[in-house]
Ligand binder design. Structure first.
Ligand code: URA
Length: 231
């Protein structure tokens, strides 16, 4: 890893500021000042910044309560992205496990641990996702049966996996999916002649969105929450 990237990861400082610190002789490698930001850090190099030994922190695991209007992407020319909400940390390296549409709210998991992200999203492990849905019309028995048996969505040749749809009061529903296709909840209700007005994800696997998190807020996952995605 480049020296400026190492400093940025270890301190949380933006890359540009880390680069400047290296050039301004604030960084030492194994006791000697190095001003080349592109220096490749070796595993046993000791990096010191302003007199303090730097270490790369372990992987990060976060849950975020996504507000509407934010895109689940690492960059977007037109809209704010969920990484913009991580105010007091360096978002570099973080990826999103299981994207939500721009107008969907609720639970988003983020990490820089590629293997963990893969486990959370891999269709092989089937971690259920739970959604609260507000609909145009009440859920009827036919819809519940179609979700349970699987349905063919427009433009696709494989029916959806069995899913659970529970009707709630006032045109609400709770849906549990075991897969993650593009706009899946909206398209499944559309295929049943209904229309999703709002969609909120409350759970992925055993991890439930923390009720203490207001929209836009996030927290680190507990050790148990991280481990709950072990196969
Ligand atoms: N299904 C959808 O239609 N949208 C989402 O954001 C998530 C699931």
């Amino acid at each position: 890893m480049r020296l400026d990237k190492f400093v940025s990861h270890a301190t949380g400082l933006p890359r540009e500021i880390s680069k400047r610190a290296v050039r301004k002789k604030q960084v030492q490698v194994n006791g000697a000042v190095v001003t080349n930001a592109a220096y490749q850090v070796a595993v046993d190099d000791q990096i010191v910044f302003d007199g303090e030994r730097l270490v790369i922190p372990g992987p990060r695991y976060l849950m975020l309560n996504k507000p509407a209007g934010y895109v689940c992407a690492t960059e977007d020319g037109d809209h704010p992205i969920v990484l913009d909400l991580l105010h007091d940390m360096n978002p570099e390296g973080l990826s999103i496990a299981g994207r939500l549409d721009i107008d969907t709210t609720g639970l988003v998991l983020l990490s820089d641990d590629g293997q963990w992200l893969h486990r959370v999203t891999s269709p092989r492990h089937l971690f259920a996702k739970v959604y609260r849905v507000q609909l145009h019309s009440p859920v009827d028995q036919q819809t519940i049966d179609s979700f349970a048996s699987g349905m063919l969505l427009r433009g696709e040749d494989k029916p959806t996996a069995p899913a659970q749809c529970v009707a709630l009061a006032d045109n609400g529903a709770e849906v549990t999916l075991n897969e993650g296709r593009y706009h899946q909840v909206k398209r499944m209700f559309a295929a049943c002649g209904n229309h999703v007005i709002s969609l909120h994800r409350s759970q992925i696997g055993a991890v439930i969105l923390d009720a203490a998190l207001a929209p836009g807020e996030y927290r680190e996952l507990s050790a148990d929450e991280i481990a709950s995605f072990q196969p």
